[in-house]
Ligand binder design. Structure first.
Ligand SMILES: Cc1ncc(COP(=O)(O)O)c(C=O)c1O
Length: 402
């Protein structure tokens, strides 16, 4: 048995089969490259679903973590620690907001946003108790908890997990008239991904996000943007909402906020919104821990320079230009996305998204399929143009070899 086979066999036997990973066993990684247990190198064109925006082992992030490991890693929120205030200040400033509520995973941040919107609805807006409604979009992906999958339209994510949490209405993504019709006097929030990642990197029609902003403001409803995958540089701006000059009431952040080192997520908003909490009403043992804050502070510092947003914009233009050349050909039916982020729909004759991902893997490129016929391309923003071109050349090979 090879080291790869041994590792996969152990995972197959002892881990729940809630994922279907590509058959590669990564041992080390640096920048945009990963090395497997046999010493083979792969270009990472997925970046941990955007959790690795700054690449593997970013020196500043690893140093920030190491330094903090030697100081203090966890206090719980029973006590203050010396990185917490600093982190909240820096994140609030980055977002142009007033308050931060830190959690760990993306799903926890979305849950926190849902709770926050309901509490704001009852305490500030004056919605009658138990009546709060949150409007969401179809094909959304906001995480895996019981409440979040209650408003998913993906049967795979949802089936067998009922009874489902009530209080959500689902409307078609990108359809402003449908959203307007769904918002009523009990609506406390509209929760949306500014670009739908898991759905296949779906960019809504131009004018949709500004329309949502106008509507929510007119109706005294919170606009909550789930920027967990789209945010923090991926699209060429700090937030995907910025492309349409939209500032939501609530940012929901995760993934890259932890620099690919530790899970860090947060809800960021105004004092009117996050000020609804009193001690004991919400929390997390690990949320805002010193290690998380130290790494996230460095992430925020890196984002402040704008360097990676600029890289994502420039390399993203190049990526979309190159992918555009494939579109309409025999292998690719559509390409969507923004910045260093693309969903590529593979023509039926060429193979499934999974098959294309496996063929790319055999040529040293790692991507991930979604929804059968789509592959998602989201390399770390640190990728060099040469490496990106090398990866795209492998994609061309795979698509033309059939
Ligand atoms: C937009 C969005 N929201 C929420 C989540 C859930 O994040 P996590 O897997 O950290 O719970 C994801 C994960 O892919 C996501 O893409």
């Amino acid at each position: 048995m090879t080291a790869t086979e041994r590792s996969i066999a152990a995972a197959e036997k002892y881990s729940a089969h809630n994922y279907h990973p590509l058959p590669v066993v990564v041992a080390t990684a640096q920048g945009a490259w990963m090395t497997d247990v046999e010493g083979r190198r792969y270009l990472d064109m997925l970046a941990g679903y955007s959790a690795l925006n700054f690449g593997h082992g970013h020196r500043r992030l690893i140093e920030a973590a190491k330094e903090q490991l030697d100081r203090v890693t966890l206090t719980s929120r029973a006590f203050h620690h010396d990185r917490f205030g600093e982190f909240c200040t820096a994140l609030a400033e980055l977002c142009g907001m007033e308050m931060v509520l830190p959690m760990n995973t993306g799903a926890e941040a979305v849950e926190t946003a849902v709770k926050t919107a309901r509490k704001w609805g009852y305490r500030v807006k004056g919605v009658p108790d138990g009546k709060a409604k949150i409007v969401v979009a179809d094909n959304n992906f906001h995480g895996r908890t019981t409440t979040i999958i209650s408003f998913s339209t993906d049967e795979e994510a949802r089936a067998d997990y009922g009874p489902y949490t009530p209080g959500f209405e689902i409307v078609p993504y990108g359809d402003l008239a449908a959203l307007e019709a769904a918002v009523d006097e009990h609506t406390v929030a509209v929760l949306l991904e500014p670009i739908q990642g898991e759905a296949g990197v779906l960019v809504p029609p131009a004018g949709y996000l500004p329309g949502v902003r106008r509507l929510t403001r007119e109706r005294n409803v919170l606009f909550m943007a789930d920027e967990i995958q789209s945010g923090l540089g991926r699209t060429g701006r700090t937030f995907a909402c910025e492309h349409e000059d939209v500032v939501p009431d609530v940012y929901i952040l995760g993934k890259a906020l932890g620099g690919g080192v530790v899970p860090v997520s947060a809800v960021v908003s105004s004092r009117e919104v996050l000020g609804v909490y009193k001690p004991g009403e919400h929390g997390s043992t690990f949320g805002g821990n010193p290690l998380a804050c130290a790494v996230a502070l460095e992430v925020i510092e890196i984002l402040r320079s704008g360097e990676y947003q600029e890289r994502a914009a420039l390399l993203g233009d190049h990526l979309h230009h190159e992918l555009g050349l494939l579109t309409g050909g025999p292998a690719v039916t559509a390409v969507r996305g923004r910045g260093l982020w693309a969903g590529v729909d593979i023509a039926p004759g060429i193979g499934t998204g999974r098959e294309v991902s496996e063929r790319l893997m055999a040529r040293g490129v790692l991507v991930k399929d979604t929804h059968g016929a789509t592959i998602r391309i989201a390399p770390p923003l640190v990728i060099s143009k040469e490496d990106l071109d090398w990866g795209l050349e492998r994609l061309r090979e795979v698509l033309t070899a059939g």
